[in-house]
Each structure stands twice: as structure tokens, then as C-alpha cells.
Ligand binder design. Structure first.
Ligand SMILES: Cc1cc2nc3c(=O)[nH]c(=O)nc-3n(C[C@H](O)[C@H](O)[C@H](O)COP(=O)(O)O)c2cc1C
Length: 240
């Protein structure tokens, strides 16, 4: 059996690569905040047979140096961080087969919101969306998202477990074949095939019904990169 390599392009929706000074290279494009910039990357990845364009994410500017953003902004040290889902939508519009993966935090969003955004990208891209599940990294993100400090490691994963139950639960509340769309009878969808989730847990409450029907691939691909024992147990729970 032939083995096939899977190629994923690691991208950041920001003003530089992991090398903060990369924006200064004479050949670097200066429009890294435009759709055209990311659409060119998307076309190159697809032509190069990459399976996925993948974005990391961070909900804060790096400002630990002196607890001040002046240095970060002045030298463009990853000070820009745009919403990866919106950037991916622009990339999806100019490609046909490229997978579209984005990082999104289980610590600072509501699961209904995340479920809806990724399900929408899946529909808009013909079933090409993927979600990299992270629990986020630092206090700066907490301070931007309504908290005083970043929660402790294992408790983030406890919450992430429940977050996944809600997201995966909502994604499954529309059965295959729920959409009827019969103009003559006026029946849009079969109410017996669309359920409420009615989730009430320790960290989250979410009723439903979910507002995005199933995509061709059922739901987005799930990606997880946690390396700790707790992170691996989280990832190992699987989708079903
Ligand atoms: C390759 C890789 C990429 C990651 N990208 C992000 C990211 O973009 N945003 C983020 O908040 N965490 C990111 N993480 C962090 C992990 O998802 C995880 O939250 C972190 O490693 C802490 O969990 P752990 O102690 O189980 O490893 C990344 C980790 C790895 C290994």
C-alpha cells in the first residue's frame, strides 16, 4: 500500500510569521491585512497539493515585555492578530479542495457560538472546515475576555470536555435528510429530525435547537494538539 503524506500549511493571521522580523524582508508583501494576501497563499497551497491551510490563534497582543505594548507595536512583533475564521472564509472562496482549519478557544467563548461559526464555514466551503480545539495560553487573553486571570490548566480541560459535549451535541441535532424544502407543500424541514439539545452542565447551559443544518461532511474536522497527560486524555475521548 502506498503511503501518502498529509501536508498542512501553518499560518498566522498577523503581520509576520513566527519570525517577528519577517515583515521587513524586501520581498515580503506589505498587505498582510488584505484578503488578497491570504487568497494568494490559499491558491499556492492548493496548487501545491496541501490538504489544509491552518491558522493558530491568540486573543491578546504579546505585551509581557515590560507589561507594555509599546515595544510590541513599534517593531511589529506579532501585534496584529485577526479573526482566523473570517480570513479562512476569504481563502475558501478562491479554492475548491483546500481544507480550512482554525484554532478557537474553549475557555473564552460560548459553545453555541463556536458550533455555529464552524458549522457555517463548513457549509460555505462545501465541507472543508476544521477546528483546532485549544484552551488558550495566558492572562492577556483572560484580561481581554472578561476575566482577571487565565484559569488553571486541568480546570480548563474539564471545561473543554463539557464544551465539546455541547458543540458536538448541537452539530448532531439536525439529522441527515432533515431538510425537505418542498415549495409546493411549504414544508422546509422535518421537525421530527431537528431536536433541542437541552444541555445543563457545570459550566454551560445551551438549549437549542441549533440554527445551522448539517453540512455534507456532517460536521467540521476536529484537531487537538495538547501534549500534557490531561490534554491527551481530552483528545482521546474522541468525537463519538
Ligand atoms: C502545534 C501546536 C499549536 C498550538 N497552537 C495554539 C494556538 O494557536 N493557540 C492556543 O491558545 N494554543 C495553542 N496550542 C496550545 C495547545 O493547544 C494546548 O492548549 C497547550 O499545549 C496546553 O495544553 P497541554 O498542556 O495539554 O499541552 C498549540 C499547541 C501545539 C503543540
Amino acid at each position: 500500500m502506498n503511503r501518502q503524506m498529509v501536508l498542512v500549511g501553518f499560518l498566522q493571521a498577523q503581520n509576520c510569521t513566527n519570525l517577528p522580523s519577517s515583515w521587513r524582508h524586501p520581498d515580503s508583501r506589505s498587505d498582510s491585512m488584505s484578503a488578497d494576501y491570504y487568497q494568494e497563499i490559499a491558491r499556492i497551497l492548493e496548487a501545491g497539493k496541501f490538504h489544509m491551510a491552518f491558522f493558530d490563534d491568540r486573543l491578546a497582543m504579546p505585551d509581557r515585555y515590560g507589561n507594555d505594548h509599546a515595544h510590541t507595536v513599534e517593531y511589529g512583533i506579532r501585534c496584529v492578530k485577526m479573526d482566523p475564521l473570517i480570513v479562512l472564509t476569504a481563502m475558501g472562496l478562491v479554492t475548491d479542495r483546500l481544507g480550512l482549519g482554525a484554532t478557537c478557544s474553549t475557555t473564552y467563548y460560548e459553545p453555541f457560538d463556536v458550533a455555529r461559526r464552524f458549522a457555517t464555514l463548513d457549509l460555505m466551503s462545501g465541507g472543508r472546515a476544521g477546528w483546532n480545539v485549544v484552551t488558550s495560553l495566558n492572562d492577556g487573553e483572560a484580561l481581554n475576555m472578561g476575566r482577571d486571570s487565565h484559569p488553571e490548566h486541568d480546570s480548563r480541560y474539564d471545561k473543554a470536555d463539557e464544551f465539546m459535549e455541547v458543540v458536538l451535541g448541537h452539530w448532531d441535532t439536525w439529522e441527515d435528510g432533515a431538510l425537505i424544502m418542498d415549495k409546493t407543500s411549504g414544508r422546509f424541514a422535518d421537525p421530527t429530525k431537528v431536536k433541542r439539545l437541552d444541555h445543563k452542565g457545570a459550566a454551560f447551559k445551551s438549549r437549542g435547537p441549533f440554527t445551522v443544518p448539517r453540512s455534507d461532511q456532517g460536521h467540521p474536522v476536529i484537531i487537538q494538539a495538547g501534549a500534557s497527560g490531561r490534554g491527551q486524555r481530552f483528545a482521546g475521548r474522541g468525537v463519538r
